[in-house]
Design a protein around this ligand. Structure first.
Ligand SMILES: Cc1cc2nc3c(=O)[nH]c(=O)nc-3n(C[C@H](O)[C@H](O)[C@H](O)COP(=O)(O)OP(=O)(O)OC[C@H]3O[C@@H](n4cnc5c(N)ncnc54)[C@H](O)[C@@H]3O)c2cc1C
Length: 511
């Protein structure tokens, strides 16, 4: 298979970035390109960067002028960590989209501005390999990888950070000098802790990531590139189905959610025959009319249909068959570039996350039923999505990577969306009350215990840092990082001694 080469655009050879200020016609696009309309940034300057040298120049200039900096890659942040009035300089990496094999590091480089679609396409067409990253093709590698991203192949292949070999970061030293550093997972690398912090420590904490390099941990670097990362399945069976809310009373809802949890309890071990099955079971407000399930099965044709059939039957057992089950077997790349098929581009969004180690308790199911059916609010776009997790993810020790979530079977996202800014209060009230009640036994948050497994920094939620909404007595950092937090704080103190990279949920330096 031939190697694709990456053509460096001419402007990239310039040591200085493109500077875009508020009077520039490009400004509006750059400050509004985030996935959620909920927040608006108003930086003095957006630096559009095309190379590591340009990132260094941009960071140096922003530091010298005392401006608060935030990097932006794919723009899929759910909180105002970038679009925030305090951020005066945005480093926009959307033009750094290179994906290529690096013969020096014997690993695949993915520049931070590459979307997952770009990474999937180039890795697969060039070498027939992939990384087990997110389901949504528009997400940027920059924020996604450092947040410990997960996706449809992670039950088979682990998390994307399990394949992270190295990272290049532009950091700022104690004397205010910006410089690029490469940190690898090699035990002998003096920068290894910086690599570790990028295996789930979260974006915007240590510096600006310019490139990630991927090579599977068990791959001998002497092998040809085609064998240094996993090959995806040739085809996947994609599916969507719906269960109508019509006629679904509390008993039926309880049975269905319990069924789903029991299936996950049975099928989330590494090596389970259903490890190739990924589903997002989206429980919607009654006003939306239906519950949805969407996903894909990576298994031999025939076997994929059997596994999917058993999954769907298990969920509906004693309740109802889905009103419609649509399946399509697609070439893997076609499915990967399509993702779940919906875009959140034109919405105001709020997300809250949790992991589940065991199925919801019956009290939690009753609470969920209440919030999905309550009639004292007219919120329609509210949902709780239960995404399959576990499998190979749980074969890695929690301290091996900065993301500690290595014993959960489902990843949950509570999501609410609305169109007009004035609709925010009632939508925020709905999601906050739902979440608070779901975790009423642990201070309104999914404190790691037998059932719940903490939150997820790629679905950041600043409410967790609000003592009125998190009454667990444990800080937000426990929910995201558990026992890994002190180590992240050491890395923060060592690599960002001036606190240049900070936001509402950034790592606090040790000491
Ligand atoms: C539609 C949608 C679908 C999603 N699907 C998935 C999924 O399937 N799996 C999953 O795990 N997550 C998913 N996410 C969450 C996603 O992984 C996070 O939002 C991620 O942080 C996005 O990265 P980004 O570069 O696109 O976002 P950005 O908004 O650019 O950045 C997010 C955060 O990372 C920081 N950051 C960005 N670039 C850099 C950089 N180069 N160096 C250092 N810090 C940086 C930003 O400052 C910000 O704090 C989804 C989000 C959306 C909106």
């Amino acid at each position: 298979m031939s190697q694709l080469t990456y053509q460096v655009p001419d402007h990239v050879h310039s040591p200085t970035p493109v500077r875009v200020g508020p009077d520039d016609p490009r400004y509006d696009h750059l400050v509004t390109r985030g996935a959620s309309n909920r927040f608006n940034g108003e930086p003095d300057q957006v630096y559009v960067v095309g190379s590591t040298q340009q990132v260094i120049s941009a960071v140096q200039e922003a530091v010298a002028s005392g401006k608060r900096i935030a990097p932006r890659s794919g723009g899929c942040c759910f909180e105002n960590l970038v679009d925030n009035p305090q951020v005066r300089a945005v480093i926009d990496l959307s033009d750094m989209t290179g994906v290529y094999f690096d013969p020096d590091l014997r690993a695949f480089a993915v520049e931070a501005g590459a979307t997952l679609a770009e990474a999937y396409r180039r890795l697969y067409l060039g070498w027939g390999v992939t990384i087990p990253a997110g389901y949504c093709p528009e997400v940027g590698a920059g924020g996604h990888v450092v947040g410990g991203g997960y996706g449809p192949l992670c039950r088979l292949l682990g998390l994307v950070v399990d394949h992270l070999y190295a990272v290049e970061v532009v950091v700022v030293d104690a004397d205010g000098r910006a410089r690029g550093v490469i940190a690898t997972r090699e035990e002998s690398d003096p920068n290894r802790e910086l690599w570790w912090a990028h295996t789930g420590g979260g974006g915007g904490n240590f510096g600006v990531v310019t490139r990630y390099w991927f090579r599977s941990p068990d791959a001998d670097p002497g092998l040809p590139p085609e064998r240094l990362l996993p090959a995806p399945p040739a085809t996947v069976l994609t599916f969507t189905a719906e269960w109508s809310w019509d006629g679904m009373d509390e008993a039926a809802f309880t049975r269905m959610v319990r069924n789903h949890g029991e299936w996950a309890e049975k099928h989330s071990g590494a090596g389970d025959e259903a490890a190739g099955l990924y589903s997002e079971f989206v429980l919607l407000r009654r006003a939306a009319g239906v519950h949805m399930i969407v996903g894909q099965v990576a298994a031999e044709p025939g076997e994929d249909e059997r596994l999917l059939g058993e999954h769907i039957d298990a969920i509906g057992a004693g309740v109802a068959a889905p009103s419609e089950l649509r399946t399509k077997r697609l070439p893997w790349l076609t499915a990967a570039l399509k993702g779940p098929g919906d875009s959140v581009g034109d919405w105001h969004l709020k997300i809250k996350a949790a992991h589940l180690r065991r199925r919801f308790t019956d009290r939690q199911i009753a609470t969920l039923y209440h919030h999905l059916t309550r009639t004292d609010t007219d919120v329609i776009g509210g949902s709780v999505s239960l995404n399959t997790f576990g499998g190979r993810v749980n074969e890695v020790a929690p301290e091996a990577t900065a993301i500690p979530s290595r014993d959960s079977m489902l990843k949950l996202s509570y999501l609410v969306s609305w169109k007009e800014p004035e609709d925010a209060p009632r939508h925020l009230a709905w999601i906050r009350e739902c979440y608070q009640d779901m975790y009423a036994d642990t201070g309104g948050v999914p404190l790691p215990d037998e059932v719940n497994g903490g939150a997820f920094i790629n679905y950041p939620d600043t409410d967790l840092a609000d003592p009125e909404r998190n009454t667990s007595g444990r800080p937000w950092s426990t929910l995201y990082y558990e026992d890994n937090y002190p180590r992240l704080q050491e890395v923060k103190a060592a690599w960002d001694p001036r606190g240049v990279f900070r936001h509402a949920l950034s790592i606090e330096p040790a000491g």
